[in-house]
Design a protein around this ligand. Structure first.
Ligand code: UDP
Ligand code: MG
Length: 318
């Protein structure tokens, strides 16, 4: 029987863990061997005690506890590592607040059986979200898609997804310390299905995010999956290069039109020097930033490629 692990990151979630547990087990049929892997991300409440209790009464419940709060991204990684350790055939990421509807589980498993490697979800427009919030998130997704060329990460896309073994192994190969999971999925590739669902309110408790954290996260995504900061000096270098050309063109035009000497009377050499100097400066900054990106990509140790399949048998495998 195939083993399916549901990975649930939890931070100060004493109000929701049991509600989640009682809800998710309704969808556990006898077609699969289901496990729930709670990851306690350094909660300050008694979340860990609740996990421990559930684990004692139900052997399907496993948990991993962190020494402090490392963030949801680290919790997802740890959960997936645990899923791999217990030889899961597939794994899901789910929030504990039931904003990721368990009713989608059968549909996701259906696509998994059809041969999709990764089944992702996005929620439809969030009712009640203010205009400012809407504009910020839409703006982020547009800029993100532009700088990373990742058109798949649409507005509303969630971490709620089902991965098969191939995706689990690939995901765990990405060892970035500052993780941006949505970008990692695009990076690893594989045959992907996107499912859409209606926005759901949190079942209990409060969100663990605030505007500052979200903004930081948005910039992290662009920083880690694009050469975002290269664009800025590049744009300025182009602007000043065009102004420099305009300075020269203007001088030539002025000389011809007024029939004066180009070198001594028509050209504004000071402007030309400043604009050309700024062009060179921004080209310089662009190359420095590019160099830093190269240094970073070596330091990150991301795999050069991710293999999906091969018929090469290694000599030491027989
Ligand atoms: N979470 C976590 N560590 C954190 C923050 C959040 O493990 O530092 C978990 C949280 O317990 C929940 C999920 O991540 O299961 C999503 O968090 P939340 O519901 O607060 O985010 P929102 O749905 O508001 O984006
Ligand atoms: Mg939530």
């Amino acid at each position: 029987m195939k083993k399916i692990s549901v990975i649930v990151p939890c931070y100060n979630e004493h109000e929701t863990i049991e509600i989640f547990y009682n809800e998710i087990i309704k969808y556990f049929d006898d077609k699969y061997d289901y496990k729930i892997i709670f990851v306690n991300d350094g909660s300050k409440d008694n979340s860990l005690d609740i996990m421990r209790e559930l684990g004692n009464k139900d052997s399907r419940v496993l948990y991993v506890g962190f020494s402090r709060n490392f963030g949801k991204e680290a919790a997802m990684y740890a959960g997936l590592e645990a899923a791999q350790r217990i030889h899961s055939d597939a794994a899901l990421f789910m929030d504990v607040d039931l904003q990721d509807p368990p009713e989608l589980l059968p549909e996701m498993l259906g696509y998994y059986e059809e041969g999709y490697n990764l089944i992702m979800t996005k929620q439809k427009d969030r009712k009640g979200q203010g205009l400012f919030g809407k504009m910020c998130s839409l703006g982020f997704y547009k800029v993100y898609a532009f700088v990373t060329k990742d058109k798949g990460m649409a507005k509303g896309s969630r971490d709620f997804c089902l991965m098969d073994k191939k995706v689990i192994n690939a995901f765990l190969q990405i060892k970035d310390n500052e993780r941006f999971t949505k970008g990692i999925f695009h990076y690893v590739g594989f045959k992907t299905k996107m499912i859409e669902f209606e926005y759901k309110e949190r079942v209990a408790g409060t969100t663990k995010w605030n505007f500052r954290k979200l903004l930081k996260y948005a910039f992290l995504g662009m920083r880690e999956f694009s050469r975002f900061y290269e664009y800025i000096p590049k744009i300025f270098a182009w602007i000043f290069a065009l102004i420099t050309l305009f300075d020269i063109g203007y001088g030539i035009g002025y000389a011809i039109y007024n029939d004066v000497n180009f070198f001594t009377e028509a050209m504004n050499w000071t402007n030309l020097r400043i604009d050309f100097g700024l062009t060179l400066l921004f080209i310089g900054i662009f190359y420095v930033i590019r160099l830093l990106y190269d240094v970073r990509s070596h330091a990150q140790k991301r795999p050069i490629y991710i293999e999906e399949e091969s018929n090469i048998v290694l000599d030491d495998e027989d």
